[in-house]
Design a protein around this ligand. Structure first.
Ligand SMILES: *[C@@H]1O[C@H](CO)[C@@H](O)[C@H](O)[C@H]1NC(C)=O
Ligand SMILES: *[C@@H]1O[C@H](CO)[C@@H](O)[C@H](O)[C@H]1NC(C)=O
Ligand SMILES: *[C@@H]1O[C@H](CO)[C@@H](O)[C@H](O)[C@H]1NC(C)=O
Ligand SMILES: *[C@@H]1O[C@H](CO)[C@@H](O)[C@H](O)[C@H]1NC(C)=O
Ligand SMILES: *[C@@H]1O[C@H](CO)[C@@H](O)[C@H](O)[C@H]1NC(C)=O
Ligand SMILES: *[C@@H]1O[C@H](CO)[C@@H](O)[C@H](O)[C@H]1NC(C)=O
Ligand SMILES: *[C@@H]1O[C@H](CO)[C@@H](O)[C@H](O)[C@H]1NC(C)=O
Length: 311
């Protein structure tokens, strides 16, 4: 008995110790290591003319830029070299570059993680040879040039599609034009009228914004943004919400035109017949006086009715 109690006691102790060990381990704040970045290498060769290289990046990377200069006639045993960012010399980048295998080589690593890092980097040899690396983020092609037309009360699907040649973004965002600003569409707060879907297929990716119960106030520009981590790219789609009457408008306009035309013709004909009447008026005036005299002849009847009214 006592042996088993001892065993349990020891096990408990071990458990406690290990727990404390875990606790102390987790409570000590370890500096979060920088996420490992994939490395991409780009090189440029200067054969007597300054070069420009375009570097399109679609994700955060460690970018290794390599420059090779074949040199001038002098072929000095070493030249100075430095790096520039947007044309400004990078601090501490100046160094001596020896001639190796009849060439001068410069190499430097750049951490490219955000939009701010997407700049122009240049290597310069002895202030006479230069290679520019122009960094750019992903670019989305035109999404749709024609507006989407939908009716009040209906639902509409606004689609953003990336073509096969373009890389997959990390996520998508949708915005609505609000004057000159863009307002992020948040599904949770903006009622249940909005739904956001992303369809991922092997070769292509589609982002969909569904808007239910459309009103005319929903008309306007919508932006889809593909977020690549390193930078974003946007496309826009115009939505036009119209009433059912809208497509009938040209028809109604024609009907109104016809009515106006018919009315104008009728009025014209009436005025024509009236002027005929007045032209024939001299002949009928005798008849009119006749009827008048007839009316006067009914004197006793009229006077009786007048008497009745007076009562
Ligand atoms: C070139 O480098 C060598 C060795 O580092 C040095 O002795 C020499 O002075 C340098 N020459 C020039 C022109 O900088
Ligand atoms: C980079 O170089 C290109 C081409 O020379 C130029 O159009 C662009 O404005 C430059 N970008 C920056 C950030 O300096
Ligand atoms: C090449 O670049 C260097 C360094 O910026 C400059 O001094 C030189 O004039 C450029 N050469 C040509 C041909 O543009
Ligand atoms: C980064 O994204 C913004 C917004 O989409 C765009 O205007 C800009 O040109 C992009 N920058 C680069 C270097 O691609
Ligand atoms: C993909 O987009 C590029 C430019 O963004 C365009 O030139 C190309 O034609 C597009 N390809 C297809 C298949 O649509
Ligand atoms: C967007 O529009 C709403 C009204 O519809 C307004 O209250 C809001 O301030 C606007 N937001 C911006 C960023 O302009
Ligand atoms: C659309 O409107 C109808 C009636 O006004 C309502 O019953 C329905 O829940 C609405 N749908 C959404 C998705 O808001």
């Amino acid at each position: 008995m006592s042996a088993s109690w001892k065993q349990i006691f020891f096990q408990m102790l071990l458990l406690l110790v290990s727990c404390r060990h875990i606790n102390t381990k987790t409570s000590v704040p370890t500096p979060a290591p920088l996420p490992p970045l994939p490395t991409e290498v780009r090189s440029g060769i200067h054969n007597g003319e300054n070069q420009t290289e375009k570097v399109q990046l679609t994700k955060p990377v460690n970018l290794v830029l390599e420059c090779t200069w074949t040199g001038n006639q002098n072929k000095l045993p070493n030249v100075t070299g430095h790096w520039r960012k947007d044309g400004v010399e990078i601090e501490d980048s100046l160094l001596t570059v020896p001639l190796e295998n009849d060439k001068y080589n410069l190499k430097r690593e750049f951490r490219i993680v955000s939009k701010e890092d997407l700049r122009n980097y240049s290597c310069v040899f002895g202030n006479e040879a230069k290679i520019d690396f122009i960094l750019a983020g992903p670019q989305m092609g035109e999404v749709r040039d024609k507006p989407i037309v939908s009716y009040v009360g209906d639902s509409v699907v606004i689609l953003c599609k990336l073509n096969e040649t373009e890389p997959r973004p990390m996520s998508w965002n949708w915005y609505r034009a609000n004057g000159t600003d863009k307002e992020l569409i948040v599904v949770d707060t903006d009622s249940h009228r909005y739904k956001i879907k992303v369809e991922k297929k092997e070769k292509e990716e589609k982002a969909k914004l569904v808007v239910h119960n459309l009103t005319q106030a929903d008309s306007g520009l919508y932006y889809c943004e593909a977020d690549y981590g390193i930078n974003t790219t946007m496309g826009h789609v115009e939505l036009k919400v119209i009433t059912l009457w809208e497509p009938l408008k040209p028809f109604i306009a024609i009907v109104v035109e016809v009515i106006i035309l018919v009315a104008a013709i009728l009025l014209y004909e009436k005025s024509q017949s009236r002027s005929k009447d007045s032209a024939a008026g001299d002949g009928t005036s005798a008849d009119q006086t006749n009827t008048l005299t007839q009316g006067e002849n009914n004197g006793p009847e009229e006077s009786s009715s007048m008497r009745q009214r007076k009562v």
